[in-house]
Design a protein around this ligand. Structure first.
Ligand SMILES: [Zn+2]
Length: 113
């Protein structure tokens, strides 16, 4: 696997890049996206390597991930504004480490960059 194919194991979880944590539990890390595409763009990952959503069979970990997501939504009052939770699979998934995007606000303009 190319080092860039698992950005989370190769750069985030081994502290090779600086991230701003939003929340951390024993098994889950949430942090602000390093290149945000939305006004608010948070990434939530399991700390252990899981490649894809369909490999996520540990119900305790599923629960822990969604508890973190719900806590952030509540803490930031996103139910009062807006949010989406996105996970990509198949050819849509670039980084080969399961991750969820929690986004809110406006998407950045891609077309003028
Ligand atoms: Zn990984």
């Amino acid at each position: 696997m190319n080092i860039n194919e698992d950005f989370y194991c190769n750069f985030v979880l081994n502290n090779k890049i600086k991230i701003e944590k939003v929340r951390e539990t024993n098994n889950v890390l949430a942090f602000y996206h390093t290149k945000p595409n939305w006004t608010l763009h948070i990434v939530i990952i399991p700390k252990q390597h899981i490649t894809r959503l369909t490999d996520l069979e540990n119900t305790n970990l599923i629960k822990e991930i969604f508890e973190v997501v719900i806590d952030i939504i509540k803490e930031k009052n996103l139910s009062e504004s807006n949010y989406k939770i996105i996970t990509n699979g198949g050819s849509f998934q670039e980084s080969q480490h399961l991750h969820f995007h929690l986004v809110s606000g406006e998407p950045k303009q891609f077309f003028n960059e």
